[in-house]
Design a protein around this ligand. Structure first.
Ligand SMILES: Cc1ncc(COP(=O)(O)O)c(C=O)c1O
Length: 398
């Protein structure tokens, strides 16, 4: 056999910088014998509308060759219209077709928007802990995390940052934040938008969980508050409302900006096949699906919070999310976070540490717990193990 070809030194600078295995891939590779996988922000298996998708295929595929041909670059028009209808029904928002781009999950949307505004070496402002750190890393090494208080990202800290160095973009997840499970208040949203407009900093609103609202307040999106001027680009996804395997998301912004972002999309049209099925599904099942999902996830959220009250108590504090998939737990003794995570892993309970959500690797003494995917018995068992791990770590480090 010929010698192995040594490609590593020949890789581009971009590929060299990404030498570490992708964290999104490793997240779904949990060992089979876990007691509880509280890592993945995937939908619950029982929330997946498999039978309805079979029916969607039966009604939408026959006599529809377009589903298996290359598609329009902007995205399948029926799906563009399904997103518009969703925005109209659930938010009372009227948007035009040319304000929406369909993408391969919102992951591609985030990547495109970051590439549209950020050059390597430029600074990006992002939430105190952010799912977006992973995506920002792909375009620049420089991120400034804005601390959050009970209202959301602190406007005074953002203002100070803007005065020191104007970032190329402010990337925020204002609603049912990942990982923090918190929501930016209406007043703070207005303040942040004001600040960004004054300093000419575009805003990326990553809005993966907007639809999954269980109780309490959910302010209008930043996009809506701004009135579609082009200051805000909002990214949404079908991953949480239909299923992550459908790989469909969207970008919503002012039409002239959408036109500038579109050329950053390298494909032959986001899967017309998936798009055809998703559009057919949304036409028939959108409202009932949202109601169902909120009932399923709301109950899981309640269960996780009750179990935390019972088994963790005063050794930590945690968020009480009104929607989304995650609870964010901050240890009373933050220096023990790595040990607690390790003790959980040794007892086959998987959780995600705070460092994964930072550009600087600071774990903030925090742990993210996903309640969306694990069966309810696993949520209880997992939180019980977590409680014991926190107590054991404290006892071992008096
Ligand atoms: C905040 C947030 N944005 C974006 C995504 C990406 O989702 P997808 O690419 O599946 O649409 C996720 C997935 O977990 C998320 O939590």
């Amino acid at each position: 056999m010929a010698d192995r070809f040594d490609f590593a030194p020949l890789l581009s600078g971009d590929a060299q910088r990404r030498a570490a295995p992708g964290r999104l891939v490793s997240a779904s590779d949990a060992p089979a014998d876990v007691v509880a996988d509280l890592v993945v922000g995937q939908p619950a298996p029982e929330a997946l509308p498999l039978q309805a998708m079979v029916e969607a295929a039966q009604t939408s595929l026959p006599d529809n060759p377009a589903a298996l041909l290359y598609g329009r670059r902007q995205g399948h028009l029926e799906l563009v219209d399904a997103v518009r209808e969703k925005l109209r029904v659930f938010e009372g928002l009227d948007v035009d077709r040319d304000q929406i781009l369909i993408t391969n999950g919102s992951s591609q949307a985030l990547d495109m928007v970051l590439r549209a505004f950020v050059d390597r070496g430029q600074l990006v402002a992002l939430d105190e802990a952010s799912f977006g750190a992973l995506f920002v890393h792909r375009v620049t090494d420089r991120g400034a995390h804005v601390p959050w208080d009970a209202q959301g990202p602190r406007a005074d800290d953002l203002a100070r940052l803007f005065e020191t160095e104007r970032p190329a973009l402010f990337y925020t997840i204002p609603t049912f934040q990942n990982p923090m499970g918190a929501t930016t208040s209406l007043a703070r949203r207005r303040e942040l938008l004001d600040l960004c407009r004054r300093h000419q900093v575009p805003v990326l609103e990553d809005d993966a969980y907007y639809e999954l609202h269980y109780d309490g307040e959910r302010p209008p999106s930043l996009y809506e508050l701004d009135g579609g001027t082009g200051l805000v680009v909002r990214a949404g996804t079908f991953s949480k409302i239909l299923g992550a395997g459908i790989r469909l998301g969207w970008i919503l912004t002012a039409a002239p900006l959408a036109e500038r972002i579109l050329p950053l999309k390298p494909d032959g049209g986001t899967s017309p096949f998936s798009s055809t099925l998703a559009a057919a599904f949304m036409r028939r099942h959108m409202r009932e699906q949202m109601t169902r999902l909120c009932a399923i996830y709301g109950a899981r959220r309640d269960l996780m919070l009750e179990t935390l009250d019972e088994h963790v108590g005063a050794r930590a504090r945690w968020s009480r999310p009104n929607g989304g998939f995650f609870v964010w737990l901050t240890l009373q003794r933050p220096e023990l976070a790595a040990e607690v995570i390790d003790r959980c892993r040794r007892n086959r309970v998987l959780v995600r540490g705070g460092a994964e959500f930072r550009m600087d690797g600071n774990d903030l003494g925090a742990i993210r717990l996903a309640f969306s995917h694990a069966p309810t018995a696993d949520i209880q068992a997992g939180v019980e193990v977590l409680g014991r791990a926190i107590a054991a770590a404290a006892a071992a480090n008096p």
